[in-house]
Design a protein around this ligand. Structure first.
Ligand code: SF4
Length: 704
């Protein structure tokens, strides 16, 4: 009999952050099950989590050795780690010497562990002398980050999953948690089963599984979210369901908010949003009469040209009703990636500094510089995700180092991104799998350790920090990302990277949090390993963590009050449908796939749900356009073309089509990629791309 050891760890997919028990046998083969003692999932796992062991056990796609090419006309060949990192250091030194530090950049991932995020930020902002480090969380959470900072004074998620069981009205906006945050959704389903008074409102142009479960589905026209939330706000004010005491004592700017929401009548809002006026009234009345009101949102709000403003409009509903800082109440931004939150804590975006300090604040920059023992942090704003690729295309940026992400499937306007990558002088890709389309552009490929092959921490959507255990050795010569980055930093001649393990990096970061709003200086690896996960802040010895923020109604703004931020304009600023491009394309996810399928795409049972990408199209639109179920359709935007089969449905609004974003060139062909069609248009405040609104034409494809 083969014996096995069992270790506790955390799922590496979505921001729900489920606990996993991984069994590792003597042949290093892994099995997984849900951890019944973990407060997030209590033993449950979704289809992706319960199949994680297939991803680990199948190493056929893994990058096993460093690979390098000396020129673009030569193939990459296997090299030693010394040669690989010496070359990387040599090229980075030479480019920075000739063109300055802003000519290089790093593009990382919400799947990086907190220690990895911390060390790469220290390296780039503290020592390379540029703020050009951004993350694929820019594509996912940045609108929520900006809105939370401007509303609460800091990027703070006020509530916990345990509040789900304490609330009775839920507004799920631009999210399909039934597919994308399944274990969180299971908790909501169970709560509603046990409490028939619980009501769920879903706002989405598609009738998703989440919308099917809802008591009220507001199937709005894409881009009209602000008008809808303002109309709900107006109805709350008109019916007196406001918390005047909270508004007067704990908020700013209410009168301007009141004026804005009162400027559009409910009947006008109803017409503009395509939502019946009675449904708007019902939604407001449910919220107003609830004992506990939670709003949950994700990409439908964030991935928009007006994403930050959409967030403001939704957050304002919690402020006007005073539903924050109390059990079972509050706004809840659902993070897509497992460590999007942890990345933000350590300053893992071009616009942020560690421990929620501001890059634009000279005093904050000096505090971080002093902590790291460097003269200064550059005052130049860093480039965001799409800006970095623009800079590669224009030649302003010469070198990019990409860690644990596959931008050549996930970024918008892929043809342009491909040109940008081809134009780069030097591309480093540090990742686990050859299944990434991005690897093809790399001059240097560095094999990284994957899930269960390294240790570290992550923070989930509810600020819960969990420890991830190492259970097996990485295959071939793959190394943990922190080791690779510290080794590179030393070869660049930088001090401050002499860490012998992840725990030492965590301790340095935890010390940095002391006295801040995200203080975890009393939370160490021993506590995480022995006592389980904790929600920040954990500011005192033996502190049990903080499930809820703002219970004292003190916010992090200069006045200590939360701020009603007004959307700059209530209408969408994306392009309008035209005769040439009459449909609105929205892109998104399917239940069993994760991001660009480099991991979930390996698991045959996860491919049975959707074996290939399809365009979801309203049956009436299909009839008018002579498209039948299963026909190959050609979808065109002014940017590019996609050809996939049509899936007819009554669950999507007329005039709207939906395409999943997971498939890349490697897995299908370059005409299956949703991001051939999307634009690099971004929200001006958050720089998050507008993935949810591209105008397209759809025609049955006839072979020439
Ligand atoms: Fe993993 Fe998210 Fe599924 Fe939980 S809900 S098992 S964290 S993918």
């Amino acid at each position: 009999m083969i014996s096995s050891k069992k270790i506790k760890t955390t799922c590496s997919y979505c921001g729900v952050g489920c606990g996993i028990l991984a069994s590792v046998n003597t042949q290093e083969k892994v099995m997984v099950e849900g951890d019944p003692s973990h407060p997030v999932n209590k033993g449950m796992l979704c289809s992706k989590g319960m199949n994680l062991h297939y991803v680990v056990n199948d190493t056929s796609d893994r990058i096993l050795f460093p690979e390098m090419r000396w020129s673009r006309s030569h193939p990459r060949e296997r090299v030693s780690w010394d040669d690989a990192l010496d070359r990387a250091a040599g090229v980075f030194k030479s480019i920075i010497h000739k063109h300055g530090p802003d000519s290089v950049g790093f593009y990382v991932s919400g799947q990086c562990l907190t220690e990895e995020y911390y060390i790469v930020n220290k390296l780039v902002k503290g020592f390379l002398g540029t703020n050009n480090i951004d993350t694929n969380s820019r594509l996912c959470m940045s609108s929520a980050v900006v809105a939370q900072k401007k509303t609460f004074g800091e990027d703070s998620v006020p509530i916990s999953y345990e509040d789900i069981e304490l609330a009775d009205v839920f507004l799920i906006a631009g999210a399909n948690p039934a597919w994308c945050h399944p274990i969180l959704f299971r908790r909501l389903e169970k709560h509603k089963e046990q409490n028939p008074n619980v009501k769920v409102i879903v706002v989405d142009p598609r009738k998703t599984d989440s919308a099917n479960f809802a008591d009220l589905h507001l199937q709005l026209i894409p881009g009209t979210d602000i008008i809808l939330y303002n109309a709900i706000g107006r109805r709350l004010i008109e019916t007196g369901f406001v918390d005047q005491n909270f508004i007067d004592n704990h908020t700013e700017n209410y009168l301007k908010y009141r004026k804005q929401v009162m400027s559009v009548s409910l009947s006008t809002a109803s017409k503009l949003c395509g939502v019946p006026i009675d449904d708007i009234r019902t939604a407001a009345d449910l919220i107003g009469t609830s004992n506990g009101f939670i709003s949950m949102w994700a990409m439908g709000l964030n991935q928009s040209a007006i994403g930050t403003d959409k967030n403001f409009a939704l957050l304002n509903l919690s402020l006007v009703t005073g539903r924050i800082g109390k059990p079972g109440n509050g706004p809840f931004s659902l993070t897509g990636q497992p460590n999007a939150m942890g990345g933000r804590e350590v300053g893992g975006m071009a616009s942020l500094l560690a421990v929620h300090k501001e890059l634009s604040n000279p005093q904050h920059r000096q505090e971080v510089a002093d902590f790291w023992g460097v003269d200064q942090i550059s005052p130049n704003p860093g480039l965001s995700a799409t800006e970095m690729f623009d800079a590669l295309e224009s030649g302003k940026m010469k070198a990019i180092w990409i860690i644990c992400t596959n931008p050549l499937v996930s970024l918008p306007n892929l043809k342009r991104m491909e040109k940008a990558m081809a134009n780069a002088k030097f591309v480093v890709v540090q990742d686990i799998s050859h299944r990434s389309d991005t690897v093809a552009y790399a001059d240097l490929v560095l094999p990284a350790a994957g899930w269960l092959e390294k240790e570290g921490t992550m923070t989930n959507s509810e600020r819960r920090i969990s420890y991830l255990n190492k259970g097996i050795d990485p295959p071939g010569e793959a190394r943990p990302d922190v080791e690779i980055l510290c080794d590179f930093a030393k070869r660049m001649g930088f001090r401050g990277f002499n860490f012998s393990n992840s725990e030492e990096i965590y301790e340095e970061y935890a010390a940095m949090t002391k006295g801040t709003s995200i203080d975890i200086s009393f939370l160490n690896y021993d506590r995480l390993k022995n006592e389980g996960s904790f929600q920040w802040p954990v500011p005192e010895y033996r502190h049990e963590g903080t499930p809820r923020l703002f219970t004292d109604k003190k916010f992090h703004t200069p006045s200590g009050k939360a701020i009603f931020n007004l959307p700059a304009q209530i209408e969408n600023t994306s392009e309008k449908p035209s005769q040439e491009f009459p449909f609105i394309l929205t892109t998104g996810r399917v239940r069993d796939q994760w991001h660009t399928m480099t991991k979930t795409g390996k698991v045959s049972r996860l491919r049975t749900h959707y074996s290939h990408p399809v365009l979801e199209m309203n049956s009436i639109d299909a009839y008018i356009n002579k498209v039948k179920e299963g026909d190959v359709v050609e979808i065109k935007s002014s940017n590019g073309i996609v050809r996939v089969r049509a899936k007819l449905s009554k669950n999507i609004r007329e005039g709207v089509v939906f395409l999943p974003m997971h498939w890349g060139k490697q897995l299908q062909n370059d005409l299956n990629r949703a991001n051939n069609l999307t634009f690099t248009r971004v929200d001006p405040q958050s720089k998050e791309p507008d993935f949810k609104f591209t105008t397209v034409s759809v025609k049955k494809y006839k072979k020439p």
